[in-house]
Design a protein around this ligand. Structure first.
Ligand code: SF4
Ligand code: SF4
Length: 303
C-alpha cells in the first residue's frame, strides 16, 4: 500500500492552535487511548471506534434517527416519550447523526487516509512558516496507530513541516524507535510518580512510560514534559515527579491546570464523570509547584 493510502481514525483536526508546541499549529486528534485517566478532558477520544454524542435539549422528536438506525438503538419510551440510545446496540455507523438536522446527534470519529489528513495540514502551511509552527499529532493516543502516524510524519518531513507527537508514552519502545528519526518534538505526559497512584488514576502502571521517557531523553530527542495538575487527584505527586525528571534532558516542563471544559461530553456519550472531586488549582499553588521544579534545575512553567 502506498504511504498516502494508509488508513487511520481521527476525531478532530484543530486549526490555529497555540498550545500544543511552538508557533501556530494544526492538531490532529487520533481516536483511541489505552489509558483511562479519571479526569480525561476528551472522553470522546478513548474508544477507538466511531461514536455518537446525544444532546437531548436540541432534539425535536422528529424520529428520523429511528428510521436511519440499522440496529434499533434509538428508542422512545412509549409513556414518557423520552428518547434513549441503547448504546450496547450501536455499531458506530453514524447514519443517525447524518440524518439529524437538529444536530442533537453528533458523530465522533472519521475514517481517513494519510493523504486526506495531509492535505488539510498543507492548507495552513503559510501560517506554520510565518510563526515557526507546524503540526501536532495528538489524541487519544496517536501512537496506537503507529503505521498511520509514521506515514504522516514522513510526509511532513518530506515537505519540511515541523512535527510534534503528543503522547502518554504507554506503548512499546519499538514504536518510538520507528518514529524518533521523523519527529521534531515530543510532548510527553507525566501524571504521577508513584506506580500505584498512577494505576489508580489512569488504569495502568507508569514503569513503561518512565522507561520510554528516559530512553527518549538519552536518544537526544527534543522533549517537553506536560503534567496535568488535577487538584484532589495528583497534586500530591508533584514532588515525586520533579525528582524523576531532574536527571533527564528536557527542553522544558509545562504544568497544565485542570479545567472543566469537556465535562458535558460525558453525558452526551452516555458515560459517568469519574473525577467528581477534581478542582481547578489556584494560581499560588501552581506558582509554588513551578518554583519547586526550578529549584531542582528543571525549566518549568504553568499555563
Ligand atoms: S433525528 Fe435528531 S432531532 Fe430527530 S428525533 Fe433523532 S435526535 Fe431528535
Ligand atoms: S451510530 Fe449507527 S448504530 Fe449507532 S445509534 Fe446511530 S445509526 Fe444506530
Amino acid at each position: 500500500m502506498e504511504q498516502t493510502e494508509i488508513p487511520g481514525t481521527i476525531f478532530n483536526i484543530q486549526k490555529f492552535s497555540v498550545h500544543d508546541g511552538p508557533g501556530v499549529r494544526t492538531v490532529v486528534f487520533f481516536k483511541g487511548c489505552n489509558l483511562s485517566c479519571l479526569w480525561c478532558h476528551n472522553p470522546e477520544s478513548v474508544s477507538a471506534k466511531k461514536q455518537v454524542e446525544f444532546y437531548p435539549d436540541r432534539c425535536i422528536g422528529c424520529g428520523r434517527c429511528m428510521e436511519a438506525c440499522p440496529t434499533g438503538a434509538h428508542q422512545f419510551d412509549p409513556e414518557s416519550g423520552i428518547h434513549i440510545i441503547r448504546r450496547e446496540l450501536c455499531t458506530g455507523c453514524l447514519s443517525c447523526a447524518d440524518t439529524c438536522y437538529a444536530q442533537a446527534l453528533v458523530g465522533v470519529g472519521e475514517d481517513v487516509t494519510a493523504d486526506d489528513v495531509f492535505r488539510r495540514i498543507l492548507d495552513d502551511r503559510m501560517y506554520y512558516e510565518q510563526s515557526g509552527g507546524g503540526v501536532t499529532f495528538s489524541g487519544g493516543e496517536c501512537m496506537l496507530q503507529p503505521v498511520f502516524l509514521k506515514a504522516l510524519l514522513s510526509m511532513c518531513r518530506a515537505e519540511g513541516i515541523h512535527t510534534a507527537v503528543d503522547t502518554a508514552g504507554y506503548v512499546g519502545w519499538k514504536w518510538f524507535e520507528q518514529i524518533l528519526p521523523l519527529t521534531d518534538l515530543f510532548l510527553y505526559d507525566v501524571k504521577a510518580a508513584d506506580e500505584q497512584v498512577h494505576k489508580a488514576l489512569t488504569g495502568a502502571g507508569n514503569e513503561l512510560i518512565l522507561q520510554n521517557l528516559t530512553r527518549l531523553s538519552k536518544a537526544g530527542a527534543n522533549i517537553i514534559v506536560r503534567i496535568p495538575f488535577i487538584l484532589g487527584y495528583n497534586d500530591g505527586e508533584m514532588e515525586g515527579i520533579a525528582k524523576l525528571l531532574a536527571p533527564l534532558s528536557l527542553q522544558k516542563v509545562e504544568i497544565l491546570p485542570y479545567h472543566k471544559l469537556g465535562n458535558s461530553k460525558y453525558e452526551a456519550l452516555g458515560r459517568e464523570k469519574r473525577a467528581p472531586k477534581a478542582q481547578v488549582p489556584p494560581a499560588e499553588l501552581l506558582d509554588k509547584t513551578v518554583e519547586a521544579f526550578r529549584a531542582l534545575g528543571i525549566p518549568a512553567s504553568h499555563t
